[in-house]
Design a protein around this ligand. Structure first.
Ligand code: PLP
Length: 392
């Protein structure tokens, strides 16, 4: 038996284990200090009432003879797909029900989608980046070219004629940088993809944080994207489903490459390797799209956004360069006084008992930058910023 040797090429991720080690040591040496964590990439607010009630109702239904459901459709129940269809319709994006695939989250689909692409494809990935794109391609031995995201392009890299690739990952609003592409920028990407017969894998996991209607929440708001893009979305950050698990992937019917329909290939892949998201979870997800559900989830989203604003205002006061913080739960800042990412991490921890995430952990262009997140309480965020004011 031989193993997949590509796993040897995966970069060991020391980021979160090193952070945990440093924080534990600090806590041991400073038992009286309250540590404030602004490095969390997970939501902290509980599921909203509408979701909980919908799931409770579904559990009760499952315990009755008439209401019991076994295997469901692999690509999700129509009741949920119809709500997603309506959600997109509000932004003038027309989707057929067969173009919506319910998943157990964006991460799985972002990795699984590679099943339908040849290993010979060249992949274009921004740096810094959500590490899943790099690792899933490395596991399959695809050639990766990095796209330079930096302060000059405000961490929103644009296509160039000389870049030749088959698959490109775009994430907007971005993790880790919080940067958001505007319509004109995404139009340029669609144009590039069509010219190069390439596909855009568009990660819209943070779309709900966009509050400016002129900014696209979906790649399908861009004309022509239906022929060159797949969109991945998630209820994780939208509705606190990080532990509940539900997302959706949009593969349009007219997405044809190599004379093959990617929609049909993805359906074949999913019906072969996936048995669907639990009925109970899909009922909870359905409630997210109800009028009341939307009201409730936006209370949480706005709560996080208020935290982001508090952080952003503090950074502005100190003339620290940053992206994000407006249409995103993330704030990506340039470390003051030319500190490296890890020097700033140590500085914040030792002087203010604040924990963030060193940008260097997201790629080589992340060096010298730092990610703060809004997934904490208003009180803690305010306290952290007061501490920051004192040490900057
Ligand atoms: N895409 C990005 C950019 C993310 O940051 C995350 C989670 O942090 C995901 C996808 C994964 O989302 P899910 O919880 O739906 O798997």
């Amino acid at each position: 038996m031989k193993t997949n040797q590509n796993y040897k090429k995966l970069a060991e991720s020391y980021l979160f284990s090193t952070i945990a080690k440093k924080v534990n040591e600090y806590a041991k040496n400073n038992p009286d200090k309250k540590i404030i964590r602004l490095g969390i990439g997970d939501v902290t607010k509980p599921l909203c009432k509408s979701v909980v009630e919908a799931m409770q109702k579904a559990v009760a239904e499952m315990g009755t003879q008439e209401g019991f459901r076994g295997y469901g459709p692999e690509q999700g129940y129509d009741f949920l797909k119809e709500k997603i269809q309506k959600y997109y319709k509000k932004r003038n994006v027309n989707l057929k029900l067969d173009e919506i695939f319910i998943s157990d989250g964006a991460k799985s689909d972002l990795g699984n989608i590679l099943d339908i692409f040849s290993k010979e494809n060249i992949v274009l990935i921004p740096d810094p980046v959500y590490p899943v794109y790099v690792d899933t391609n490395t596991m399959q031995d695809r050639k990766i070219i990095f796209l330079e995201a930096n302060q000059q392009n405000c961490f929103l890299p644009m296509p160039k004629d000389e870049i030749k690739a088959d698959i490109v990952y775009l994430c907007s609003p971005n993790n880790p940088t919080g940067a958001v592409y505007n319509k004109i920028q995404l139009e340029k990407w669609v144009e590039w993809a069509k010219k190069n017969n390439a596909i855009i894998l568009f990660d819209a996991a943070y779309e709900c944080f966009i509050s400016d209607d002129s900014l696209p929440k979906s790649i399908f708001e861009i004309k022509g994207a239906e022929n060159c893009a797949i969109e991945f979305c998630s209820l994780s950050k939208t509705a606190g489903f990080t532990g509940t698990r539900c997302g959706y992937t949009i593969v349009k019917e007219n997405l044809i490459f190599d004379e093959m329909s990617l929609n049909k290939m993805w359906l074949r892949r999913q019906t072969t390797k996936f048995n669907g998201v639990p009925y109970i979870v899909q009922r909870g997800a359905e409630a997210v799209f109800s009028e009341q559900g939307q009201k409730e989830i936006y209370e949480n989203i706005n709560y996080y956004k208020e935290n982001a604003k508090i952080i952003a205002e503090t950074l502005k006061k100190h003339n620290i360069w940053f992206t994000g913080g407006v249409h995103s739960p993330y704030i990506w800042l340039k470390c003051p006084n030319n500190m490296t990412s890890w020097e700033f991490f140590d500085f914040l921890l030792e002087k203010a008992a604040i924990v963030g995430t060193p940008g260097a952990g997201f790629g080589k262009n992340g060096e010298g930058f730092f990610r703060l997140t809004s997934f904490n309480t208003n009180e803690n965020t305010k306290e952290a910023m007061e501490r920051l004011n004192k040490i900057l």
